[in-house]
Design a protein around this ligand. Structure first.
Ligand code: ZN
Ligand code: ZN
Length: 354
């Protein structure tokens, strides 16, 4: 599964001013592979999420994944094992919150695993699906067959023209496609966010394969392996053990975090009546996060201190000292960004703060 680049609603006869106020649509295809109940052949079942929610974070991914599995369960499929392939984007699939959420899929299958591609390395099946869907809609808009000005319009067109059914004339079809609409209201983003931390010594960059052990435990591995030993769920019998390291147990700890007024609640992109997002939404989001951090630093600098800049009493009611608080803020921001943005952000922060 993967996010596509947002679809921008265009009108065929567009006045110039419309150029700067696009409405955008999130498209998140999930390409599922499983055995056909009818004939045991492999089915490719594309379930594309269409949404007006533009945040593209791990909370959205969690809801999308749940909806896709509900959709598959409604077809009376049950799963012994789920293997998800995602990119390694830290904001969406490869972060501590995402590892925690992975456990929720355990209600669907006994074994739940996630394998990470390198971020932005090449094309995957989702890219092909996104391209087909967006191209079809763009062509229909240009031919004036439809007007698409919102995510709901986009979804309605897809449901009418792009669904591929499971059966045609009683015969099973092995290339299927359907669409699910998710609105911003369907995605809960907690006001007070639990601070999820993994045990020390674990950095997300060092592994490319994880499996859920329980609500507060995962196993990690540098590489993924599908040899006979690993397929039977026993990594100690791996045929490739000279190349593939054994599974490593990692505990997830959850700390309830007090919300600090304003400073630690990152603004998210909004698009309501009269508002629109123009330009690259990731860049806009990054710029806002940096501006929040700068505001915090300004407050920090104007506060009474002991002359060394260390006494910051009153700034932070939770009682944490400021270096840790600032570190948390930077870490929290980094968790929301993909790798290239994170590197950029770290450079900017180190120039400004250190
Ligand atoms: Zn079949
Ligand atoms: Zn193996």
């Amino acid at each position: 599964m993967d996010f596509a680049e947002n679809y921008r609603c265009l009108l065929q006869d567009e006045i110039q001013s419309a150029h700067w106020s696009y409405s955008q649509v999130t498209l998140h295809p999930v390409v599922n592979y499983y055995k056909c109940q009818g004939c045991n052949k492999t089915v490719t079942d594309v379930v594309a999420i269409v949404s007006d929610d533009l945040v593209h974070d791990t909370h959205a991914v969690s809801v999308f994944a749940d909806r896709v599995f509900q959709h598959l369960q409604a077809k009376s499929y049950t799963f012994e094992r789920i293997v998800q392939w995602t990119d390694g984007c830290g904001a969406q699939y490869k972060c501590k919150d995402a590892f925690h959420d992975l456990h929720s899929l355990k209600k669907m299958a006994n074994r739940v695993e996630r394998i990470f591609f390198g971020s932005r390395h090449g094309k995957n099946a989702c890219d092909g699906e996104s391209a087909v869907i967006k191209r079809t809609i763009t062509q229909a808009v240009k031919a004036r067959r439809v007007i698409v000005q919102s995510a709901a319009h986009f979804f309605a067109y897809c449901k009418t023209h792009l669904v591929k059914p499971d059966f045609i004339d009683g015969q099973c079809e092995h290339y299927r496609r359907d669409f699910i609409f998710v609105t911003t209201a369907d995605i809960s983003r907690p006001e007070v966010k639990d601070d999820i931390v993994t045990v020390k010594g674990t950095t997300t960059r060092t592994f490319h394969s994880i499996k859920s052990e329980g609500p507060l435990a995962i196993q990690t591995r540098s590489f993924s392996c599908f040899c006979h030993g690993c397929e039977n769920g026993n990594g100690s019998l791996c045929f490739n053990d000279t190349h593939v390291d054994p599974w490593k147990h990692v505990e997830i700890k959850v700390k309830r975090k007090a919300k600090k007024d304003g400073a630690s609640s990152f603004p998210v992109l909004e698009e309501g009546p009269g508002q629109s997002v123009s330009g690259d939404d990731l860049t806009t989001d990054l710029a806002r996060r940096i501006s929040v951090l700068y505001d915090d630093i300004a407050v920090l600098q104007s506060s009474p201190n002991d002359g060394n800049g260390n006494d910051l009493a009153g700034l932070d009611d939770s009682g944490r000292d400021v270096p840790a608080w600032l570190e948390n803020l930077v870490q929290e921001t980094c968790d929301h960004l993909d790798e290239s943005s994170r590197n950029l952000f770290e450079i900017i922060v180190s120039c400004k703060v250190l």
